[in-house]
Design a protein around this ligand. Structure first.
Ligand code: NAP
Length: 288
């Protein structure tokens, strides 16, 4: 396992475990516990995932069972758009998330989308940071122009920007821009949520064969090797183990370039420029 150093000086595991789309509380608790048992130390949840309580229970159980310590763990959660209204709504959202997680502090709090009054909301999480409610703060889905304006404006620069990053949406320039601001890029959907035949892609499979690895392991390794943190999700123990088994091989320069060449230049998962998606997130539409 490797670590990224945040602009706070804290170390963040380069690989973590995401818990999006595990709405069942009992399942989420068990899956999160299994992930910690497997070796994952970073858990990525969000108020919007409605499973912070389950994550908190898994963390408490893993610590009680001696699998890990709170200090070893890195817990991320996110403030949802509807709480990105004022400094106070965001600050209160952090407190609500911590109560659900049953933790006195988080390691990272992110604004989930550049929507609502995200500057005011960011001041709320800056206050949470100053008050010791979180060890670091950051953003998610801040695309290059938005992130640039933001970093040039805010008092405390975001430690992390979590955006969609995988071979089919490589966003190399966006990653460079984050690094220029000292913002650690973190990949959501590092397995492209299974889209575009990623698990059976012949070229990715051929690259993996040389190392006894799968296409999934190749794409996770590719992101990690370019300094991008990854948070794959799987409810299956075997898959979560394999997704974590990427630290004993390296891709060559040529292989890195081959994987990056798969870039389509756009997302096949979500379009943040789609007004209907934005309306949905801010609560002005029921679907998109
Ligand atoms: P992902 O990790 O790219 O893909 C997860 C999907 O791949 C699941 O359907 C999973 O199925 C399957 N899978 C995982 N490993 C596999 C393997 N080795 N072989 C075959 N199938 C495999 O997608 P994601 O969950 O959207 O993204 C990861 C995390 O990023 C989320 O959990 C969440 O924490 C975060 N996220 C953040 C945002 C944001 O806006 N900030 C958005 C999306 C996600 P099974 O579970 O059935 O194995």
């Amino acid at each position: 396992m490797e670590y990224a150093t945040l602009n706070t000086g804290a170390k963040m595991p380069l690989e973590g475990f995401g818990v999006f789309q595990i709405p069942d509380a009992a399942e989420c608790e068990q899956v999160t516990y299994n992930a910690i048992k497997t070796g994952y130390r970073l858990i990525d949840t969000a108020a919007a995932y409605q499973n912070e309580e389950a994550v908190g229970k898994a963390v408490a159980r893993a610590i009680a069972d001696g699998l890990t310590t709170r200090e070893e763990l890195f817990i991320t959660t996110k403030v949802w758009v509807l709480d990105q209204k004022t400094e106070d709504t965001a600050y209160q959202a952090v407190k609500t998330s911590l109560a659900k997680l049953n933790l006195p502090y988080a390691d990272l709090i992110l604004l989930h989308q550049p929507m609502g009054d995200y500057f005011a909301a960011y001041r709320g999480i800056e206050k949470a940071y100053r008050d010791g409610l979180t060890k670091a703060i950051g953003v998610a889905n801040f695309y290059p122009g938005v992130l640039t304006n933001f970093c040039e404006t805010v008092e405390i620069k975001p430690a992390v920007n979590q955006v969609e990053l995988h071979p089919f949406f490589a966003q190399e320039k966006a990653v460079e821009n984050m690094k220029a601001y000292g913002v650690v890029p973190q990949a959501w959907g590092p397995l492209a949520e299974g889209k575009h035949g990623i698990f059976t892609d012949p070229e990715l499979t051929a690259i993996g064969k040389k190392y006894g690895k799968s296409a999934a392991q190749v794409v996770l390794r590719w992101n990690a090797q370019r300094g991008v943190s990854i948070i794959p999700k799987s409810v299956h123990e075997e898959r979560m183990k394999r997704n974590f088994d990427i630290w004993d091989f390296s891709l060559t320069e040529e292989e890195m370039t081959k994987v990056a060449a798969k870039d389509l230049g756009h997302s096949e998962i979500v379009n943040h420029d789609d007004p209907m998606f934005v309306k949905y997130c801010v609560g002005a539409a029921t679907n998109f």
